[in-house]
Each structure stands twice: as C-alpha cells, then as structure tokens.
Design a protein around this ligand. Sequence first.
Ligand code: DAH
Length: 355
Amino acid sequence: MSILEEIEKIKLFALEEISKAQEISGLENLRVKYLGRNGNLTHILRSLEKYPLSDRKNIGKLANEIRLILEKEIDEKKKYSEDLEYKKLLENEKLDVTASINKISAGHLHPITKTLEKVEQIFSSMGFEIVDGPEVETEFYNFDALNVPAHHPARDMWDTFWLRQNEVKSEKLKVKSDGRLLMRTHTSPMQVRYMQKNKPPFRIIVPGKVFRREATDARHESTFYHLEGLMVGEDVNIANIKSVFEIFFSNFFEADAKIRLRPSYFPFVEPGLEGDVSCLICRGKGCRLCKNTGWLEIFGAGMVNQKVFIAAGYPKNKYQGFAFGFGLDRFPMMLYGIDDIRLFHSGDLRFLKQF
Ligand code: DAH
C-alpha cells in the first residue's frame, strides 16, 4: 500500500470513529489519536523526509487536507454532542407546573397583637405617643411613686411577684433607693418614669405585659396585657376623659359608643373613676355579654393625684391631667366571644387558627 493510500485509509477509519463517538470525551480522545503530538497523521507529516523529494509535496498536501477535514468533523460533532447533552440536562430539569406541592402555610398575628395594633392606631390618631417600659420594675415606680406606700392596704389589690435581688443581673435597674424589684403589676409605673424626663403638655399610652400572682381561672391569668394612658397639661379635665373614650370606643367597635363614669378608688388618681362603655352587642338593651345591664365595665381612670406629680418632680398644683388603665385581653374576648382568658397563652393552634 502506498503512503497516499495509507493516508486515505487513516481518513476513512478516523471518520468512521468520529461518527460513532457518543460523548465529548470520546471525541477528545480521537483528536489526540489522529491529530495530537503522537497522532497517526502528525506522525506522517513529521517523517516526510523519509520519502523521495518528488512525493513529499503530494503526501504533505494530502495529509494536511485530511488533517483539516478531521479537525472540522471533530469540532462539528463536538458541538452537536454539546447541544445534545444540554438538551438532556434540560429534560431532566423539566418543571411540572401541574404537580401538587405541600403548601407552606403562612402564620398570622395573635388576636391580642391585632387588638393592640388597632388600639395603638386609634390613640395615635388622637395624638397619643406610644411608650414602652421595663417589665421588671422597682418598688418605687410600681408602688410608692403612685401613692401606694408599703403597708398601704391598696397594695393588696396587686398580688406581686417579687424578685430576689441577687438574681437580677441588669445594672440599670439596680437603683438602691428604689427598693426591691418585681415583675410590674401594671404599666402605670411609666407615668412617673415618663414625667421625670418630659414636661407637659403631653399624651401617652403605655401598652405592655403585666404580671400578678393570681390563681388562674377563666377570667384571670398571671400574665396579661395592660394599657395605661396619661394626658397632662394645665387645664386637662374629666370632660376630656369622656370624649377621648367616646372617640376611642366608637372607632374600636366601629359604632357609636356611650361612656359612663362612676366614682371609684385608685391611689394614684383623685377623684378616681370606673369607666363603662355601652354594650357593643346589644347597644344598651341588655344581653348575656353585659349581664343585662347594657354596660361593659372596662377601664379605671381619674384625675392624676398631685402626689404622683410631686413624685415625678413636678411642682404641686401647676399641672392637671387624667390617667386611665385597662386590660387589653378583654377586648378580643368580647369581640370574639372567647370565654376563657387562658386560651390566649395556651399555644393551642386549634384556638389560634380561628383568628
Ligand atoms: N393600674 C390600674 C390597675 O392595675 C389601672 C388603672 C386604674 C390605671 C385607674 C390608671 C387609673 O391610670 O387612673 O388596675
């Protein structure tokens, strides 16, 4: 076989192998086999001087032509294989939009949180600032500054969780002269804390968790939510309490609400008042919710006792203002007919999912 025939044969073999190659790695191997440094064709081109001068030109020409043909063939086939592999990849990654999936269910806000947001929004619209206070309080702010001295019978109104001093790490709260530490029994302590740092006129609400050493039952929990309010100026008066609450409850219950004030006693106000709202269910006619009275007892209030102003460092008789406080948990209880306060913190999803 002449060398030219041999080259033609190499071409036929190579083309056959290229056409059969399936994968890109196989094609690379063929490139090395025929065109690489030790490849069949390269070998012939390198040893041209073996042949008579007259033949060298033809041998070289043919070998080069075939080198080009094989290079082109391998490149094209490689491109084709790449496309094929890509298609396969896509097929495996196909997305079946009709397939059913396990839905991830989003949670929602707790009924008390929703109530709080609505209450805050209404008071904000009346110009009240929303203020936070510490849940661990000092005896001074929780009691003494609010005109409830030690051994005063009014302290019995709040069964208290006292803390062992050496167990409390917070330096900020260890104010020696402020007495023992406790879990706040109401958010009223923020009255004095706020007044020590601010001058009237102002209006604030203080929502937050409060704690009492209660025997729990359907209407009592040891942890619940309170909302305290305080509005102070030079001529704030009881008529303001009435109108603030009329506006608040009309917005909250989305219906005209009437307010009734009755005399009561709280050490930090003078005079002290108990506030009722016309029943949101029967509108005053009498029903189960209002125990046939037409009224719902909701808030404590009164004109701030001058002793509280003095505890906060204000001059006596310069300012007057009103304060009020109520439990927030009762609102969703009334709105949704929930008859056991313990459900709120039970973590029972069957209960929570209803809201
Ligand atoms: N702090 C009272 C309580 O824990 C609620 C309260 C009543 C707050 C009358 C007031 C008020 O500011 O004037 O029951």
